[in-house]
Design a protein around this ligand. Structure first.
Ligand code: SF4
Length: 218
């Protein structure tokens, strides 16, 4: 059965955040998100406006990064094209937008079949469909996380701008093993960074800084 996906961009870089920080990765950014975070740095991937949709699949690999046009492509085709263009054994990051608002099961299955370690970056607001091998990075955002997703996550990467972000999730985080939790200052903000450093030391959590922003890569 055909399984189509709306995809904003595919690009090769290093994973700049969370557990896999520093690891070479191919990023598959899906289109569409209704969570609506004010600090979202991928606003161009939020809306699915029909006039921005293209069906010339190959053009996906040549589009200008960070723009709101997107492509409707077939999942199996996408996995094969990524595999053809990629060195073996790198990380494949399915991100967004909110990737779990689309049916990503076939894409994950095919990528894992080709030997990729697949990572999903999700806000946890939708049901997460993946395999047992898939690494789930749950990053709580502006809408509540589905209760089942807290335990399903391989890691929790919490964006922090102020104390409020920490207190909002205090009770959920208290149920999670400490080695799974990292704090990430929003937009490299210096005050948020200082707060995250302090709390990570107190709680024995990890710090995630967006290294791609510090070194100026995508
Ligand atoms: S969940 Fe992610 S993609 Fe969606 S609005 Fe928030 S930061 Fe942006």
């Amino acid at each position: 059965m055909m399984s189509k996906l709306l995809v904003n961009e595919v690009f090769w870089s290093l994973q700049g955040e969370g557990f896999f920080s520093g690891r070479p990765a191919v990023f598959i950014r899906l289109q569409g998100c209704s969570v609506g975070c004010h600090y979202c740095d991928t606003k161009y991937a939020q809306k699915c406006s029909p006039q921005e949709k293209y069906t010339q699949s190959q053009a996906l690999f040549h589009k200008k990064p960070g723009t709101s046009s997107y492509f409707e492509v077939e999942s199996t085709w996408l996995a094969e094209e990524v595999y053809k263009r990629t060195k073996p054994n790198i990380l494949a990051v399915i991100t967004g937008g909110e990737p779990c608002s689309q049916n990503i099961a076939t894409l994950i299955k095919r990528l894992e079949h080709f030997g990729f370690q697949v990572q999903i970056e999700t806000s946890g607001t939708e049901i997460i469909c993946c395999s047992k091998k898939t690494w789930i990075t749950l990053s709580p955002k502006a809408k509540p996380v589905l209760a089942e997703n807290w335990q399903k996550a391989s890691e929790i990467k919490l964006p922090v701008l102020s104390e409020e972000d920490l207190s909002r999730y205090e009770s959920s985080l208290s149920q999670i093993p400490q080695e799974k939790i990292c704090l990430q200052p929003v937009s490299c903000d210096p005050k948020a960074t200082a707060l995250c450093v302090k709390v990570c030391q107190q709680k024995n959590w990890r710090l995630s800084v967006q290294i791609h922003k510090y070194i100026g890569i995508l």
